[in-house]
Design a protein around this ligand. Structure first.
Ligand code: FBP
Length: 553
C-alpha cells in the first residue's frame, strides 16, 4: 500500500488519554451514581424502555476491577455521515479489549447498521487496525444510514449477535443512531439476550451534546478544515477585492459549524438559523440583512466579502419550514403515487393539489433548479436532504435582485460579483486533529470499560475537554437520560434531544457582540491548516465553541 508522508507520521502518534485510563486496566474501577431520569416525558420514556430506563451515571476512577480481564467478543458499527476520528474510536476500543484480555475479539460490521442486520462482519486484527490509526474516514468498515426499525430488522440483529456470540455491540453515531442504540439495548434485554449495546457520540454537526457529552467527535476537525478554507478565501478576496463569497456550511439542522467557523474566521456575515427562527424572519428580511452589509461596505469602496450560511437555513425560515413540512407530509401520505411521477413539471402539478396555496406559491417562485432540490428524495429518517439544496445560490440570486432595485433607487452604487461554495464533504474525512484523535481514542477505550463493567444502554462519555487530556473525566451516560418524545412520521417517538445553537449561550453571545463591526469593517482571521506536530497551543487547542461554553459553566 502506498501512503502519504503525513499518514506515515500519524501512524506514530500516540493519542493522549485521561489519567484514569492510563492505569493498567485492572486498576480502572467504575463508580455508579444515583438513578437518572429522561430530560423530558419521563413517564412515557420509562414505559418504552421498561428494562433499561433510569440507569445511573458511570464514572471511571482508580480502584480494583476484577471483572475487566474476562474474554470478550464485541461488534462495532460506524453509522451515518463520516466524521474525523472514527478510526480512532475503533482503535481505542480494540486496544482496550486486547489489554483486558489478549483473546478478546473485535468484529466490524460493514456498511453501517445494515451490516448488523445482514451479518456482514469482518474480524479486526492488529494489521488492519494499525493501517487506520489516527487517519480520517470511515473506510475501515464503511458506514451507512439504514435505520434498525422494523420488527424483522430487530430480530435479524439479534440473530447476528447470537451467531457471533457477541458480548456487546458498539454503535458509533449521531442522535438518531444512538436513539437506535437505546432501542436495540432494550430489545436485547427484552429478548433475554445478554448482548450489551454501547454508543459513541459522533457527528461533525456538533448537535449531539448536553451536560455530559460536551461535544460530538469530528466537529473540531471539520470546523478547523472549513475555517482554513474560509480564511484562505478571505485572504484571496481581500487581495483582489472583487468577489463576495457565499459559503454554505454543513451541519444539517443546527448552525454550530457556521457559528464556530465565524468565530474562527470573522466573516462579514454569518447567518444563524436558530436566531432567524426565533425572530421569525422571512427570507426577504434575511436578504435585507445581507444587502445592508453589502451596501455599507460598498460605501467604503469594499465590494467584496464573506457570507457564511448554515446548511439547514431554509428549514428555519417560517414560510420555507411550512413549505418543507407540507412537502414531507404529502410525500409521506402518498409515497408510492409520488414515486411514480418522474418529470419535474408533473411533480409540480401534483403538489399544486397536495400542499396549501401559499406554500405552492413559494415553491413556484423558487428558481426551477432549487425547487427541484426541495422535491428530491427524503433520507431514511424522513428528513429533507438539506445538503442538496443550494441555498447559497438561492440567496445570491435574491441578493442580486434586491441590489438591482437599490441601485434604481440610488441607495446602492457598488459592484456586486458573487461566487458560491459548499463546504461539507471536504471536512468529514480529514485527518483528525490532535483533539479529535485523542478524544476519539478515549471514547473507544471508555466504551471497552463500560462493556467490561457489564453495562448496556450507555453512551461513552469523556468530559472536561478544555483541560489537558490527562485531566479529562471518562465514564458513561445512560442513553435514556438524554431522551424526550418528538413528532416523527406522524407519531410521537422517543429520540435523543438535538442540541441547537442557544441564543443565550457563550458562543452566540461572543459572536453577537462583534458581528456589527465585522459586517462593515474587514476583520477576517486566517486560521491556516490544522497543525499536527508542534506546540500544544497550536496543535491541541479545542474549538472556540467548547471554550466559550465552558466559560459559562
Ligand atoms: P450525521 O448526522 O450522520 O453525522 O451526518 C451529518 C452530515 O454530514 C450533515 O452535516 C449533512 O447534512 C449530512 O450528513 C449529509 O449526508 P450524506 O452524507 O448522506 O450526503
Amino acid at each position: 500500500m502506498v501512503i502519504s508522508a503525513l499518514q506515515k507520521a500519524r501512524y506514530g502518534y500516540k493519542p493522549k488519554l485521561p489519567a484514569c485510563l492510563c492505569s493498567p486496566v485492572c486498576d480502572i474501577a467504575v463508580e455508579l451514581g444515583a438513578p437518572t431520569e429522561a430530560v423530558a416525558d419521563q413517564e412515557e420514556i420509562r414505559k418504552i424502555f421498561k428494562l433499561s430506563y433510569g440507569k445511573p451515571l458511570a464514572t471511571f476512577v482508580n480502584g480494583k476491577n476484577e471483572k475487566i480481564n474476562r474474554e470478550l467478543k464485541v461488534g462495532v458499527i460506524l453509522s451515518g455521515g463520516q466524521a474525523p476520528g472514527g478510526h480512532n474510536v475503533i482503535a481505542g476500543l480494540y486496544d482496550g479489549l486486547k489489554k483486558g484480555n489478549p483473546n478478546s475479539a473485535l468484529y466490524g460490521f460493514r456498511g453501517g447498521p445494515s451490516g448488523l442486520i445482514e451479518n456482514k462482519a469482518v474480524h479486526l486484527d492488529d494489521a488492519l487496525i494499525d493501517e487506520y490509526r489516527n487517519t480520517g474516514g470511515f473506510d475501515i468498515i464503511g458506514s451507512g444510514r439504514t435505520k434498525v426499525e422494523t420488527p424483522e430488522q430487530f430480530a435479524a440483529s439479534l440473530e447476528t449477535v447470537k451467531k457471533l456470540s457477541l458480548d456487546a455491540v458498539v454503535i458509533i453515531g449521531g442522535d438518531d443512531s444512538n436513539t437506535n442504540a437505546a432501542l436495540l439495548a432494550e430489545y436485547f434485554l427484552d429478548q433475554g439476550s445478554a448482548t450489551q449495546v454501547i454508543g459513541c457520540p459522533k457527528t461533525i454537526d456538533g448537535d449531539l451534546k448536553n451536560e455530559y457529552i460536551e461535544t460530538s467527535f469530528g466537529f473540531d476537525t471539520a470546523c478547523k478544515t472549513y475555517s482554513e478554507l474560509i480564511g484562505n478565501l478571505g485572504r484571496d478576496t481581500n487581495s483582489a477585492k472583487k468577489y463576495w463569497h457565499f459559503i454554505k456550511l454543513m451541519g444539517r439542522a443546527a448552525s454550530h459549524i457556521a457559528l464556530e467557523c465565524a468565530l474562527q474566521t470573522q466573516p462579514n456575515i454569518c447567518l444563524i438559523s436558530e436566531e432567524i427562527e426565533a425572530k421569525g424572519l422571512s427570507l426577504d428580511q434575511v436578504i435585507d440583512q445581507i444587502c445592508a452589509s453589502i451596501v455599507r461596505r460598498a460605501e467604503n469602496g469594499d465590494n467584496f466579502g464573506i457570507v457564511l450560511i448554515p446548511e439547514g437555513l431554509v428549514e428555519f425560515i417560517p414560510e420555507m419550514k411550512k413549505l418543507i413540512s407540507e412537502i414531507n407530509d404529502a410525500i409521506a401520505r402518498r409515497e408510492s403515487e409520488f414515486a411514480g411521477i418522474s418529470s419535474f413539471i408533473d411533480q409540480m402539478y401534483w403538489f399544486s393539489h397536495c400542499i396549501s396555496e401559499s406554500s405552492y406559491q413559494i415553491l413556484q417562485t423558487l428558481p426551477p433548479d432549487i425547487a427541484r432540490e426541495f422535491l428530491m428524495d427524503r433520507d431514511p429518517h424522513g428528513n429533507v436532504q438539506v445538503s442538496r439544496i443550494e441555498t447559497e445560490k438561492l440567496l445570491v440570486g435574491m441578493v442580486e435582485k434586491k441590489l438591482y432595485a437599490l441601485k434604481q433607487e440610488k441607495i446602492y452604487r457598488g459592484k456586486f460579483s458573487a461566487l458560491t461554495h459548499f463546504f461539507g464533504y471536504e471536512g468529514r474525512c480529514a485527518f483528525p486533529s490532535n483533539f479529535d484523535a485523542d478524544y476519539c481514542y478515549s471514547l473507544g477505550y471508555s466504551a471497552f470499560v463500560l462493556i467490561a463493567a457489564g453495562l448496556t444502554g450507555y453512551l461513552s462519555s469523556v468530559r472536561n475537554l478544555t483541560a489537558p487530556a490527562n485531566e479529562w473525566i471518562a465514564g458513561g451516560v445512560p442513553l435514556t437520560m438524554m431522551m424526550n418524545l418528538e413528532q416523527r412520521h406522524g407519531s410521537k417517538k422517543p429520540v435523543i434531544k438535538k442540541a441547537l445553537v442557544e441564543l443565550d449561550g457563550g458562543p452566540f453571545r461572543a459572536f453577537d457582540a462583534v458581528r456589527d463591526t465585522w459586517a462593515v469593517k474587514t476583520s477576517f482571521l486566517f486560521p491556516g491548516a490544522i497543525q499536527y506536530f508542534g506546540p500544544p497551543e497550536v496543535c491541541d487547542e479545542p474549538t472556540k465553541t467548547l471554550r466559550l461554553e465552558h466559560l459559562r459553566g
